[in-house]
Design a binder for this molecule. Structure first.
Ligand SMILES: Nc1ncnc2c1ncn2[C@@H]1O[C@H](COP(=O)(O)OP(=O)(O)O)[C@@H](O)[C@H]1O
Ligand SMILES: Nc1ccn([C@H]2C[C@H](O)[C@@H](COP(=O)(O)O)O2)c(=O)n1
Length: 280
């Protein structure tokens, strides 16, 4: 038996010994280690780590006949209505909602990297995006407290949309982009980021601009329509055309230009699909 196989066997054995309460955390740790050992069988590792009664069913895991937890990312442009959507679903029992940690981005030990980035993206883009990457990873790896997790954006959109936009628009130096890319690649190659479905709130940049002005977040007052158009295009290429970057889960598109009442109706219509982690 090779050294790697020996280590993998020991890891599985110790993971199975862990209590079921620690299942999510242990799955994560084992998945991380599987990747570190160059093992491509991340899903198999997860299955074995859960328990002897675990079986793998399509993209989901079931344990003792019960469905494993489901993770849904809510993606979309700035002010497209992601937080409002999450607030709506947070009223449902059994759904855990994680909003973006914007308050951290506005205040890290008394500094405001979000505000600094909008004032001078070339100087502070790397600072904000490094912190976004860390705080999003922390969100992804936190222990789930409900069967369904709905999470605002992801480490993927941070890189594929926001970092990419800074770089393409000439506002991020090549060296900063290279360092962030190395970090991102290391993280995504070594750590399993659970996701079952991406819900894309597809709104026009004009609608977002109106809503952004209405929300009136101090740091965002200087955002022009062109910025939202660039973010929109990157989202479309990633999640609709699927021509730019890897899409880590099926995508459910919800048109998001309608007024609040109609949007709530649409969320209700899509509730079953979302809770099933399905885009059909
Ligand atoms: N369907 C809607 N129609 C009109 N205004 C909306 C709608 N959804 C959200 N808003 C408002 O638009 C602003 C941005 O919404 P928010 O949910 O914070 O967006 P995001 O989280 O995507 O940035 C908020 O002031 C919110 O009250
Ligand atoms: N990787 C990221 C993620 C978000 N931002 C900015 C965009 C907004 O000003 C703010 C929060 O976004 P919202 O939830 O309102 O869509 O953070 C960024 O610059 N980089």
């Amino acid at each position: 038996m090779s050294f790697n196989s020996l280590c993998m066997n020991n890891l599985w054995r110790s993971a199975i010994r862990l209590s079921s309460n620690a299942a999510v955390t242990s799955t994560r740790l084992v998945a991380i280690r599987c990747k570190r050992f160059g093992d491509k069988r991340g899903e198999l590792c997860q299955t074995r780590a859960h328990s002897n009664n675990t079986q793998h069913v399509s993209r989901k895991l079931v344990r003792n006949g019960k469905e494993k937890k489901l993770v849904v990312f809510i993606e979309g442009n700035i002010a497209s209505g992601k937080t409002t959507c999450l607030e709506y679903f947070s009223k449902t029992s059994n759904i855990e909602v994680l909003t973006e940690p914007v308050s951290k981005w506005r205040n890290v030990r008394g500094h405001n990297p979000l505000g600094l980035m909008y004032q001078d993206p070339t100087r502070w883009g790397i600072t904000l995006q490094t912190y976004v990457q860390l705080t999003m990873l922390d969100r992804h790896l936190s222990t789930m407290s409900a069967p369904v997790r709905m999470m605002e954006r992801s480490i993927y959109s941070a890189k594929y949309i926001f970092v990419e936009n800074l770089f393409r628009s000439g506002k991020m130096p090549e060296v900063d982009f290279a360092v962030l890319s190395e970090w991102f690649e290391w993280i995504t190659q070594n750590i399993a980021i659970p996701v079952d479905l991406i819900v894309y709130l597809q709104s026009s940049p004009q609608t977002c601009h109106e809503r952004l002005k209405e929300r009136c977040r101090e740091e965002e007052k200087i955002i022009p329509l062109e910025y939202l158009e660039a973010i929109h295009q990157l989202y479309e290429d990633w999640l609709i055309k699927k021509t730019s970057f890897n899409v880590p889960a099926p995508v459910l598109v919800i048109p998001a230009d309608d007024d609040l009442q109609k949007m709530l109706h649409q969320y209700e219509e899509n509730r079953e699909k979302i809770l099933a982690g399905s885009n059909v």
